[in-house]
Design a protein around this ligand. Sequence first.
Ligand code: GLA
Length: 372
Amino acid sequence: MVAQRPPMGWNSWNTFGGAINEQVVRETADAIVEKGLKDVGYEYVVIDDCWSLRKRNEEGKMVADPEKFPSGMKALAEYVHSKGLKFGMYSCAGTRTCAGYPGSFDYEFVDAKTFAEWDVDFLKYDFCYKPRLANGPILYNRMGMALKASGREILFSACNWGSNEVEKWIRSTGAHMYRSTGDINDSFQSFKDIAMSQVDKLAYSGPYCYNDIDMLICGMHGKGNVANGGCSDIEYRTHFALWCLFQSPLMIGGDLSKIDDFNLELLKNKELIAINQDIEARPPMMVGGGDRPVFFKHMANGEYVLAFFNFSDRDGRCGLEFYDLGLTVASGYGFKFRDIFTGEETGLVTENMDVHVASHDCKIFRGTLVQK
Ligand code: GLA
């Protein structure tokens, strides 16, 4: 059974775009193991767009570009599998992929079979070049069935950027995750807007079908295919914290051969990953809003996560009155929290909490409800 928890892995698009090849995929698989990312749960190595030739062969099958992938996809899958990882590929519900390569429209059953023959474990399925009269639910359902009929368990990763109120129907197509927004780029503004656009839709996200707020940009530092100025390390941490809190799939988008220590450790942060992988997948409750939102989340083990974000350009205080969570003084209860980044304990806190958060930073606590 796949995607009981948010899928974790790496995707080629954010850094490599069209410059993808088998060397990059092999080196990435090596790095996932050597740098300890596999140990914390990263599993899928996914090739995005631009892997195929511009034309299908005489049998109507897609063909991997022999210059980029001289060993072929099956051999590459075997290499990825030999590392104890899983192998992912990409196609599109329209007649072409977004970069203009063959799409799977009307070839769904042929392509799903081909992917299964190549031992593919994950399919990202885009939405460009879709005939106007063909609708999303039918096209994703068709590929959902084709994957099931392929004879192989393949995680189905839908990508229609949130159009046609995707959250309302996508689970019914067999998809295991679904992109809910337009493409991310490497900037604070981009990840903040993407995350905040989904706050009200997280109730649709849960085991076996997760809201995917796009691939991570941690550690890209303004380089690569989705470059847009880059972020500070603090901003990358806020980005990763949001993705974990919202239980988005965690698909690394950076170049793992060049990742810096801060961002590697961030991507391996066990406290944040534990929040992301929580089996109950309850959406966080947002208290307040504006540029200093506070989120409160129930965890499966009975604990709570409390997260303060400062999206404003000024350092300052972020506050929460516990009655805004429904916890009154009369209840006789308070919280005991631990700052997940510093390990510092708050002791018993009652009635409210007030923390200092630097601009674009966040503070995240995890703890229990206790009787005073
Ligand atoms: C779309 C998707 C991206 C990426 C590109 C590839 O824009 O949203 O994630 O897959 O296509 O062309």
